[in-house]
Write a protein that binds this ligand. Structure first.
Ligand SMILES: *Cc1c(COP(=O)(O)O)cnc(C)c1O
Length: 463
C-alpha cells in the first residue's frame, strides 16, 4: 500500500497541469481543463487498481493524450498516398471557384428559398436541379446528403402498400464500406429483398420469373469496389429495362461514383459507367455520390423520370436528408464547371479529374524540384521512383494509374518514426510505407503544395 499511497500523492492538481499544458495547446481552455480532469480521474482509478506511476510519468502521459486529442480536430492534410478519392482523407477536394463561392455564401445571407425577381418565397435548389438535369440529359434531378440517403429515399418512395418486393441479382448484393450493404439498406427502407440468379450469372429469365404482383421495382447496383471475372453473365440493361417496363415496373440503378466523362480518356484506366449512359439505356432512375468521380461535395444525386423525381421530393423522408445551403452552393459550382467545360474542355476546375489526368513527366519534374530544394545532405535520403496510384473511394478497383513518388530512406531512425514526424507536421503529410521506405506520391499533391511538402520533408529528415 505505501507504494500506491505515494502514487496517489503524485497525481498533479488539475489547475496546475492545465496551466502548464494549456500554453502549448491550441485547444480552448475549458476543453483542456475538462480533458485533464478526465485523464486524472482515470489515472486515479488505475492507481487504485495497483499502478504506481511517478508524477513525471503521469504528466507526460496526459500531455501526450492531450496532443493526440488536439490532433483529432478536422485539419488540412497533404495527401501523398496516391489514392485520389481517399475516403479517410475526405474524398474529393473542391476547386478554387467552388471554394470561393462557398466562402461568399457561408459568411452572409443568400437566396436559398427566396425568389429575387418576385421578392417572394422561392424554390430551394431550383437552379441546381435544372443544371443537373441538363448535365445528365435527364428529365429531372435532385440532390440529397449522400448516395446512401438517395437510395434509401428512392426505395421508401417506390416500396409502398403491398408492393414492397425489390428484385436484385445475387451478383450485385454488394458491401461498399462504412456500413453500406445492399441487403441492409433494403431492410431499413422497408423493402423486401428478392434475390435472383447466382453470384456469377444472372439471366433475364431469372428476373422475369421473380416478378409478382408484390414487386415494387428492379434494382441494379454497380459493383464499384470489386470485380467479377471468368464465367459470368448478366442481361443487357436494355433488355432488362424492356422487361421492367412491360410489367410497368421502374428499373433503378445505384451507379455509385458518377463519372461525367469517359474515364479512359483521362488515364490508362477502365471505363466507369456514367449516369447519362444508364439513362440512355432505359434506366428510370439513377443515383450516385457527389464526392467520388464527380469531384464535388458529399452528396447523393438522383436523376431520371420526372414523375419519379417529383414523387421522391414529396416523400416526408426527403426533408430529413436534404442538403444545406453550403453543400448546395458547392454542388452548384461543381455542376456549373462541368457545363462550362463542355465548351472549354481545357479549363477544368475539378481537382479529382486533374489528379487522374496529370502526366508522369510533370510529376517527375515536380519531384526533382522538391528534392533540389533540400540541403545536399538530405537529398541523399531521397530518390524518385515509380509508384502506383489509384482512384480509390471504392471506384475502379482494377485500375492502377502509373505515378511518381519521392521515396525517403531515413539516415538514422526508423521509417515508422519518419512517417509519424510527417504526420505531426503542420499541415500533416500522409504517405505510405513500402519495403522500408516512406513513399510520397505526387499525383495527389496539389502543385501549389510542393514547397510546403519540401519543408515538411526537410524538418522530418533533419533532427
Ligand atoms: C460509394 C457508393 C455508395 C455510397 O455512397 P455515399 O455517397 O458514400 O453514401 C453507394 N452505392 C455504391 C454503388 C457506391 O459505390
Amino acid at each position: 500500500m505505501p507504494n500506491n499511497y505515494q502514487a496517489l500523492r503524485s497525481l498533479p492538481s488539475i489547475e496546475a497541469l492545465s496551466l502548464k499544458l494549456e500554453a502549448a495547446c491550441p485547444l480552448p481552455r475549458a476543453l483542456v481543463t475538462a480533458f485533464i480532469q478526465q485523464e486524472i480521474s482515470r489515472t486515479r482509478e488505475q492507481i487504485l487498481e495497483g499502478a504506481s506511476p511517478s508524477r513525471e510519468q503521469i504528466e507526460q502521459q496526459i500531455s501526450q493524450s492531450l496532443q493526440a486529442f488536439a490532433d483529432s480536430r478536422l485539419q488540412a492534410v497533404i495527401n501523398a498516398t496516391g489514392v485520389i478519392i481517399h475516403t479517410n482523407l475526405g474524398r474529393s477536394p473542391l476547386g478554387q471557384d467552388a471554394a470561393k463561392r462557398l466562402t461568399e455564401i457561408a459568411t452572409g445571407y443568400c437566396n436559398l428559398e427566396f425568389n429575387l425577381p418576385e421578392g417572394t418565397r422561392g424554390k430551394r435548389a431550383g437552379y441546381l436541379e435544372t443544371a443537373l438535369a441538363a448535365l445528365l440529359d435527364a428529365e429531372a434531378a435532385t440532390a440529397v446528403n449522400n448516395c446512401a440517403a438517395a437510395l434509401v429515399l428512392t426505395l421508401r418512395y417506390l416500396c409502398q402498400g403491398d408492393k414492397k418486393e425489390v428484385i436484385v441479382s445475387r451478383g450485385e448484393l454488394v458491401e461498399i464500406g462504412g456500413g453500406f450493404r445492399i441487403p441492409e439498406i433494403l431492410e431499413t427502407s422497408g423493402a423486401t429483398l428478392v434475390e435472383v440468379g447466382a453470384t456469377n450469372k444472372t439471366h433475364l429469365k431469372d428476373y422475369a420469373k421473380a416478378i409478382t404482383p408484390q414487386t415494387a421495382m428492379i434494382l441494379k447496383v454497380h459493383r464499384s469496389n470489386f470485380y467479377l471475372g471468368g464465367f459470368t453473365e448478366e442481361p443487357d440493361v436494355r433488355e432488362l429495362a424492356d422487361l421492367a417496363h412491360e410489367h410497368k415496373l421502374p428499373l433503378v440503378e445505384d451507379i455509385g461514383s458518377g463519372a461525367m466523362m469517359s474515364t479512359e480518356d483521362l488515364a490508362p484506366i477502365e471505363h466507369e459507367p456514367t449516369p447519362q449512359q444508364a439513362l440512355r439505356n432505359g434506366i428510370d432512375l439513377v443515383c450516385f455520390s457527389g464526392d467520388k468521380l464527380l469531384g464535388g461535395p458529399q452528396s447523393g444525386i438522383i436523376a431520371g423520370r420526372k414523375d419519379l423525381v417529383a414523387g421522391i421530393k414529396q416523400e416526408p423522408f426527403f426533408r430529413a436528408v436534404r442538403c444545406d445551403k453550403l453543400i448546395l452552393t458547392v454542388l452548384q459550382e461543381c455542376i456549373n464547371t462541368y457545363l462550362h467545360t463542355r465548351s472549354h474542355p481545357q479549363k477544368t476546375d475539378v481537382p479529382t479529374l486533374n489528379f487522374i489526368a496529370a502526366s508522369t513527366e510533370s510529376l517527375t519534374t515536380r519531384a526533382e524540384t522538391i528534392i533540389q530544394s533540400l540541403p545536399a545532405q538530405l537529398q541523399a535520403s531521397c530518390t524518385i521512383s515509380q509508384n502506383t496510384a489509384r482512384t480509390g473511394g471504392g471506384t475502379m478497383p482494377q485500375s492502377s494509374i502509373p505515378s511518381i513518388c519521392i521515396s525517403l530512406t531515413p539516415e538514422n531512425g526508423s521509417v515508422t518514426r519518419l512517417s509519424k514526424r510527417l504526420r505531426a507536421h503542420t499541415p500533416a503529410v500522409v504517405g505510405s510505407i513500402e519495403e522500408g521506405q516512406l513513399k510520397l506520391d505526387l499525383r495527389t499533391v496539389f502543385p501549389h503544395q510542393d514547397p510546403v511538402l519540401g519543408n515538411a520533408i526537410r524538418s522530418a529528415l533533419g533532427e
